[in-house]
Design a protein around this ligand. Structure first.
Ligand code: ZN
Length: 277
């Protein structure tokens, strides 16, 4: 493989390598043919090809094909969409997957900009960097990068063949009787595999082994990165942590409860398992 020489070359290579037509970058490509603006109203989005107000802060998002995409921070109290902006959950059903990823990046970078105006250590107004995506403090030099909270989500299985079962749980906060994989945030000082085993033990009292990474997914609610795993049951009986889990059970493929919709990587983990008898 050749080394990457320019941003444009990188984009061509990355689009092919990752089989996507959106590449997050710092600057528009020289061959950009159009602009698209994702206006972020509160945490809702409104997508347009026009500039509404040149004074509003923008964050470059990346190239979607040959279109340069920008996130626009709509100041509080203003609404260029007149109520037509929609939240990211709703946008998922109305946009392509790539458009949803772009909008999620817009919401996260705009929110990062809104909450990084002052240094978290000394309170001095920050300055945005021109060559890297960071705010820096001119007084004490503290840097503020976009936040990402890694979270692990795991499908645990036991048994074999037709009798194989998956461990699915219902969170106490969920309004509908849906059952999903177990998930939780990674703690400072632990690796991903440790986070998987700790979360499952804490939430349902089950010990697991053979923890294997499957796939990842940006999850802009508000700034997570979901890391999907598969694990095998090792020991223990289900004992739910009542503060987090309302109910958890082992389910065969032919007797599943209501499972998450396609927006979630949990659904992919479950679908992969269903297809792997
Ligand atoms: Zn400072």
């Amino acid at each position: 493989m050749h080394l990457i020489g320019t941003a444009d070359n990188y984009r061509q290579w990355a689009m092919a390598a990752h089989k996507t037509d959106f590449i997050p970058t710092m600057q528009p490509s020289s061959d950009a043919q159009a602009n698209r603006y994702i206006y972020v109203v509160g945490s809702a989005v409104w997508v347009q090809d026009i500039v509404v107000d040149e004074r509003w802060t923008t964050h470059f998002l990346g190239m979607h094909g040959d279109t340069a995409c920008w996130g626009v921070d709509v100041p509080r109290g203003q609404d260029p969409a007149d109520g037509a902006a929609i939240d990211l959950h709703t946008f998922y059903g109305r946009a392509t997957h790539t458009e949803w990823i772009v909008a999620g990046r817009a919401v996260q970078l705009v929110e990062w900009g809104r909450t990084s105006q002052f240094c978290g250590r000394c309170g001095t107004p920050t300055q945005i960097g021109h060559y890297e995506r960071a705010f820096s403090c001119p007084s004490c030099r503290l840097m503020a990068f976009p936040r990402l909270a890694p979270a692990v989500i795991t499908l645990v299985t036991r048994g074999h063949g037709m009798d194989e079962e998956a461990l699915l749980a219902r969170g106490v906060q969920w309004q509908i009787p849906m059952y999903s994989c177990l998930a939780g945030f990674v703690e400072p000082g632990e690796n991903l595999e440790q986070a998987v085993t700790r979360e499952i033990l804490e939430e349902v009292g089950i010990g697991v082994t053979d923890v294997r990474y499957v796939a990842s997914q940006p999850w802009p609610f508000p700034h997570s990165l979901m890391l999907g795993f598969h694990a095998r049951y090792d020991h223990g009986d289900i004992v739910c942590d009542a503060t987090e889990i309302m109910d958890a059970n082992w389910y065969r493929r032919d007797a599943l409860p209501m499972i998450p919709p396609g927006i979630s990587i949990a659904r992919r983990l479950i679908d992969d398992w269903l297809g792997n008898q």
